[in-house]
Ligand binder design. Structure first.
Ligand code: SF4
Length: 372
């Protein structure tokens, strides 16, 4: 599969209480600075760069004023060169073009602009269908705004829609989370991402934890995760990555590239890239972002990272695929650790495949820490 392109749009209407992504207010001078930076970075893309997947994330891409959104879409379309009729076409090689959407920021005009440009997948940040939970999370929207966004998207012609949900929010009962899942299913999504609430340093939620006003109940989080797995699997979704569920054929290809050790370039503040054995990351700042780091990876280091990334998929790694991607056998890299984790019931090591055990899905980070 060809490479991926990620573009970070660092604007949100308001900051959510749990969020540590780099984003700030949509002010005209900030959008202008960001556009200038994106245009500069665009010039550094490798000659002939033809992404197979594009993911425009944030932040809230749909918080951009429509003329700035159109400008960004045109930048991506120009990677495909000019079609014979003089119009710019989406890149030929492009099989999946996703844009993140937050309810309350999608309009008919923006939905039509995205679809007309060639965007073929929307990832909608629903998070919950309970207004009290949305309020607690600091979201700008209500449950009905999510339904409106899905309706707008479908009316614009989108037939590949993903919804994000958050589970394990303190104070949110299992019944309430189960109702969120049912409400999400009622909208007929093709893909669902269920993320466990993480307390990120520097967020209002982190301050509440420090002040003793908020306590995370990990046992409850695990119950909610297990329930989501059972319910979504019963509804015909495949649980294919720790946090991701898809109808057959609707797995996210762009994220699949990250998990398979593929090449990708990220542009925008805070974006990261992996390109031909090199990796770099941008600082999270405006008006001008810089390289925070830029390093050539040792092949073994890159292979260990690829091992961990690929184990996020429930199918794990087939031995031949891992050798084909990295040039190493995973047993040569981490044989003793894999054997020990398998003996502890956290990995399943078959003759030709290694994958996370079901019991380890919720505690995958501790498994990965032993393998990097
Ligand atoms: S909308 Fe998304 S990116 Fe923006 S503050 Fe909320 S969680 Fe963070």
């Amino acid at each position: 599969m060809g490479p991926g392109l990620y573009i970070h749009v660092p604007f949100c209407v308001r900051k959510c209480a749990y969020c540590a992504f780099y984003s700030g207010p949509v002010a005209p001078h900030r959008v202008r600075d960001w556009r200038e930076g994106i245009a500069r970075e665009w010039e550094t893309l490798p000659t002939g760069f033809a992404p197979a997947t594009v993911f425009i994330g944030g932040g809230t891409p749909t918080a951009l004023p429509v003329q700035d959104l159109l400008w960004l879409l045109e930048q991506v379309r120009q990677l495909g060169g000019s079609a014979p009729d003089g119009h710019n076409a989406p890149p030929d090689a492009l099989s999946e073009w996703t844009v993140e959407v937050n309810p309350g920021t999608l309009t008919t005009e923006k939905a039509a602009a995205l679809r007309t440009a060639g965007v073929n997948r929307l990832s909608i940040g629903a998070q919950s269908f309970t207004d009290a939970t949305l309020h607690r999370l600091g979201r700008i929207h209500t449950a009905n705004d999510i339904r409106d966004s899905v309706e707008l998207a479908r009316a614009a012609g989108f037939d590949n829609i993903s919804l994000d949900l958050i589970y394990g929010v303190p104070g949110v009962t299992r019944d309430s989370f189960c109702a969120d899942i049912e409400a999400a299913l009622a909208l007929g999504p093709d893909h669902l991402s269920c993320y466990c609430l993480e307390i990120e340093p520097g967020t209002p939620f982190a301050s509440e934890v420090t002040a003793g006003q908020l306590t995370v109940d990990e046992a409850e989080q695990r119950e909610q995760f297990d329930w989501a797995r059972q319910r979504l699997t019963a509804a015909g979704f495949t649980h294919y990555e720790i946090s991701n569920f898809a109808r057959p054929g609707c797995e996210c290809r762009h994220n699949g590239l990250y998990w398979a050790g593929g090449d990708y370039i990220g542009i925008g503040p805070g974006a990261h890239s992996h390109w031909q054995g090199r990796r770099w990351g941008n600082t999270s700042e405006l008006p001008v972002w810089k390289r925070a780091f830029d390093e050539q990876l040792e092949p073994r280091t890159k292979a260990c990272e690829t091992l961990v990334m690929g184990l996020r998929r429930l199918a794990g790694w087939r031995r031949e695929d891992f050798v084909a991607v990295t040039g190493f056998d995973y047993d040569e890299l981490r044989g003793p650790e894999i054997a020990r984790l398998a003996a502890d019931g956290l990995l399943v090591a078959e003759p030709n495949r290694v994958r996370l055990a079901e019991d380890a899905l919720f505690v995958s980070d501790t498994v990965f820490a032993d393998l990097v």
